[in-house]
Design a protein around this ligand. Structure first.
Ligand code: SF4
Length: 349
């Protein structure tokens, strides 16, 4: 059990559900584009959104973004502590500070005092790629170095009475990240933000994040997470929810069961699955949807699902909660499945 941090309306840690967050990829100074991206990721389930604040113009843009964003915003600050002060004045709910890049205790304490007076949270975000050179020289690129870097910054913040903290220790290597998060959890009870940094694209990044975050979350570690992908932030949010769902920690929207297809499949199953997922993307009810290729495993899985399809020769059998409700042509299947799923979702609300 960790302490809790208050980030705007959100609680992180203290046994609260794991919070899903992401980071925008737009130029923060472009308010319209950034707001549009925030709206898209929130629609997919992002509960907290971080934005890069590389200069004063970006910090000024926050003044327009904060009141219009539907979720709390976090300003990501590197190097220049004054941008943290400007971001606080713009009304952000959280700051991310990198101890490797702001190494002056007095500056960090000034930021902490300004954040504390506004009830704003700070994430101490340590990254293996930007460790303080002194710590790197003494401990190398190790879990010990990541942990000590965080504890040093935490001590600076605590020295002015600031404790509304979240900590993250990130590396692009899964095993280093896992070791560091475990070590910090032994030495500190602040809530932890999980992520495998610079994990890669939609293939390698999804795998590395799922393995690393999966190990830690399964051990009960981690209070919020960001899946870092070289790709759209919407995909980061989708992946985060799939990780949480697969571990039984949280769920949001339909869960899909689909077979890999084989030589017995006589419908275009990948296209059918894609169509169905697009149609049901707005559903929030945790329905189980099975899209199966043939009669070998299809009827069994389809019967177990809330709504399920078992494919045949150019057609498919549709099941609703174990009952066969009809046979449809391949072309008619997506609409028939959507109608049944929406009916169940409405009944569940
Ligand atoms: S359900 Fe049928 S099509 Fe799908 S993998 Fe199994 S045998 Fe192949």
């Amino acid at each position: 059990m960790t302490r809790l941090a208050q980030v705007g309306s959100l609680v992180i840690g203290g046994g609260a559900p794991v919070v899903v967050q992401t980071m925008t990829t737009t130029d923060t100074r472009d308010v319209a584009a950034t707001l549009a991206q925030i709206d898209r990721v929130v629609e997919r389930g992002a509960e907290l959104v971080r934005l890069a604040v590389p200069d004063e113009a970006a910090a000024r843009a926050l003044r327009e973004l904060v009141p219009q964003a539907p979720v709390p915003l976090v300003a990501d600050i590197q190097f220049d502590w004054r941008l943290a002060i400007l971001s606080l004045e713009a009304g952000v709910a959280g700051l991310r500070l990198n101890p490797g890049n702001i190494r002056e205790p007095d500056k960090v304490r000034q930021v902490a005092e300004a954040a504390g007076s506004r009830g704003v949270a700070i994430r101490v975000g340590v990254n293996a790629g930007s460790l303080d050179p002194a710590i790197l020289t003494q401990y190398g690129r190790t879990a010990e170095a990541l942990t000590r870097s965080a504890l040093k910054e935490i001590a600076w913040l605590e020295s002015v009475g600031f404790t509304n903290l979240v900590v993250s220790l990130k590396a692009s290597e899964v095993r280093l990240t896992v070791a560091a998060v475990r070590l910090l959890a032994q030495r500190s009870d602040y809530p932890q933000h999980l992520g495998i940094t610079e994990a890669g694209d939609l293939e390698s990044g999804v795998v590395k994040s799922s393995v690393g975050l999966g190990i830690l979350l399964h051990e009960g570690l981690g209070d919020t997470l960001r899946v870092s992908l070289t790709g759209p932030p919407e995909a980061e949010v989708d992946c985060a929810w799939e990780i949480l769902r697969s571990l039984g920690l949280r769920s949001r929207g339909p869960e899909y069961i689909s077979c890999p297809t084989c030589g017995r499949c006589q419908i275009d199953l990948p296209a059918l699955l894609k169509d169905v997922k697009n149609r049901l993307r707005d559903l929030r009810a945790p329905l189980k949807i099975a899209v199966m290729g043939c009669v070998v495993n299809g009827p069994g899985e389809a019967r177990e699902a809330d709504v399920g399809v078992a494919g045949g020769r150019g057609r498919g059998a549709l099941f609703v909660r174990g009952e066969l409700v009809g046979h449809y042509s391949y072309e008619a299947l997506p609409a028939a499945l959507e109608e049944r799923a929406r009916h169940l979702a409405e009944a569940a609300e």
